[in-house]
Write a protein that binds this ligand. Structure first.
Ligand SMILES: CC(C)(COP(=O)(O)OP(=O)(O)OC[C@H]1O[C@@H](n2cnc3c(N)ncnc32)[C@H](O)[C@@H]1OP(=O)(O)O)[C@@H](O)C(=O)NCCC(=O)NCCS
Length: 154
């Protein structure tokens, strides 16, 4: 029986290049999801939300955390088999709609400098608001800045 963690990990394992060190382990996902302010949405290849008990293949997921009137996008991924079809945009649209319903006016995310996902974030209205020098470290010790993006969710 697949559960939500299995759905997330099947995308996770295929989506992240180990070089950047961005992939979360199963334990990290489990630890995050037991927190009451952390949530996940998993979608199928048509962009429909998959509930934990659905026995169908997952195509993408988004992990988020809320604090007071702010929401943070912790991690987003689409399986390489299903990229370039708008599923990344769909996941962010689900997040912004859900946050708006709860009256959340700002969404933040942090991204390593030069991640191609920047194009997706900018398309969805995120704008860079800050940079942390040498925040990430790659597999071979290369240091990369983190860029903070914010979206005004009006
Ligand atoms: C980033 C990611 C989620 C995008 O998923 P996707 O389903 O392919 O995104 P979409 O199809 O919705 O693309 C939205 C737009 O962003 C652009 N885009 C998305 N990913 C891109 C990439 N890797 N390179 C260049 N452009 C990209 C697309 O061209 C698209 O523009 P369009 O609407 O003009 O076609 C996916 O590439 C991924 O899982 N990457 C690995 C994990 C990752 O780095 N996550 C982000 C950091 S946590």
């Amino acid at each position: 029986m697949m559960d939500q963690i299995d759905h997330i990990m099947s995308v996770m394992d295929a989506a992240f290049d180990p070089y950047w060190g961005e992939r979360w382990t199963r334990r990290q996902v489990l630890d995050a999801l037991v927190m009451p302010n952390t949530g996940a949405v998993v979608i199928d290849e048509k962009g429909r939300e998959i509930l934990p008990e659905h026995q169908i293949r997952s195509a993408g997921f988004i992990l988020t955390r809320s604090a007071a009137d702010e929401e943070e996008l912790l991690l987003i991924a689409v399986h390489p088999d299903f990229r370039g079809k708008g599923l990344g945009r769909r996941l962010i649209a689900l997040l912004t709609a859900n946050a708006r319903e709860r009256g959340i006016a700002k969404i933040f995310l942090e991204m390593r400098a030069n991640n191609p996902a920047e194009k997706l974030y900018r398309k969805m209205g995120f704008e860079p608001i800050g940079r942390r020098k040498n925040y990430y470290r790659t597999e071979n010790g290369e240091q990369l800045d983190a860029i903070t993006f914010a979206l005004s969710n009006q």
